[in-house]
Ligand binder design. Structure first.
Ligand code: NDP
Length: 319
């Protein structure tokens, strides 16, 4: 199948790496809003506006959720099938409706909001709900880099470089595993640790205060701020690890607790997310070939479609 990459940031580079390892996929190119000659991609780069001139089975959209995908997904699905990793949970129903209408009008298929969360974690949350309806689910993230929180710190005047790690609190994880997670607050579940390079030592106290009191990002958490020099930052804080776990605790009968857990420990968030998206592109294209149209989520695709392996082989070796 012919796959296009739309947008060449962290995720776009990860998709390129993943695509080049697939036996059944051909990389058509990277499509960007910037000057294609400015990219350092291994596969050919083209202007995004030229995408309709290429034969593409699925475009994997790698733009940001904040502003790119809201516009790009309904637009690009008019030309070809698409996969995106839109992760603004509160706006998924709205995004789905827009993409669904555009996909149906143009006779295409779309898979939105895939990756690991939303994505694989979402699958685990509904598996838990189906198997243990009498229970509760909790998601812990980290230890890992939150791009959104890191960006928020970088916007503070006087900050040169910054990274924010989200860290799950072990005591909260233990309570959830024992079925005693009720009432845990955001502060109880995660700690936020920030490493900041400040332009001047004199700014440090003001920067620390702005971070720990920042509404929506840090005010509801215990936040540690460490000031470090640029060389230490470059040596220790430029990777993008992440991960986390989904824990479902429930009872199948009184006095019979059951725990389901799914965890990820990722050295590179974008490379892992990209690997999920590439497998999902395969699944979406198989659904499209069977006549499915409109927008879908990972809940709507058969798991067997994720692999380039026959159903017979799956039954023989993987059950
Ligand atoms: P980036 O900020 O690296 O890239 C987003 C877009 O910005 C790119 O597609 C690119 O578009 C443009 N861009 C990238 N680098 C530059 C640059 N140097 N100068 C100007 N423009 C640039 O975002 P990520 O790749 O890290 O993440 C993309 C999205 O993936 C996130 O917003 C998040 O929503 C989602 N995500 C989802 C996950 C999940 O589990 N569901 C997990 C991780 C991420 P162009 O080439 O057209 O300029």
């Amino acid at each position: 199948m012919k796959i296009a990459i739309v947008g060449y940031g962290n995720l776009g580079r990860g998709v390129e790496t993943a695509l080049l390892q697939q036996p059944d996929m051909e990389a058509v190119g990277v499509f960007t809003r910037r000057d294609p000659a400015s990219l350092t991609s291994q596969i050919p780069a083209y202007a995004l506006k030229d995408l309709p001139q290429h034969e593409v089975d699925v475009a994997i959209l790698c733009g940001g959720s904040a502003t790119d995908l809201i516009e790009q997904s309904p637009d690009i699905v008019r030309h070809c099938n698409i996969v995106d990793s839109f992760d603004t949970h509160a706006r998924i129903p709205e995004h789905f409706a827009h993409v669904d209408a555009a996909a149906k009008e143009s006779d295409h298929a779309a898979l939105i909001s895939t990756g690991w969360d939303p994505g694989l974690f979402s699958l685990m949350r509904i598996l838990g709900l189906a198997v243990l309806p009498n229970g509760s689910v909790d998601t812990f993230w980290g230890k890992g880099v939150s791009q959104g929180h890191s960006d928020a710190i970088r916007r503070i005047p006087g900050v040169v470089k910054a990274v924010q790690y989200t860290i799950p609190r072990e005591e909260a994880v233990a309570r959830v595993e024992q079925g005693q997670g009720e009432g845990l607050t955001a502060r109880d579940k995660h700690l936020r640790e920030c490493f900041v390079v400040a332009g001047s030592e004199a700014d440090q106290e003001a920067i620390r205060h702005t971070i720990v009191t920042m509404p929506n990002y840090f005010a509801d958490y215990d936040t540690e701020v460490h000031f470090i020099d640029e060389a230490t930052f470059d040596a220790n804080h430029t990777a993008m690890p992440h991960g986390g776990q989904v824990i479902r605790h429930g009872h199948t009968s009184e006095g019979t607790p059951q725990v389901m857990k799914f965890s990820l420990d990722l050295a590179s968030n974008p490379e892992f997310t990209a690997s999920v998206n590439v497998a999902c592109a395969r699944a979406l294209y198989r659904a499209y070939q069977e006549g499915r149209r409109g927008c879908m989520t990972i809940f709507d695709l058969p798991l067997a479609y994720l692999l380039p392996i026959s159903a017979e082989e799956l039954r023989a070796n993987w059950l």
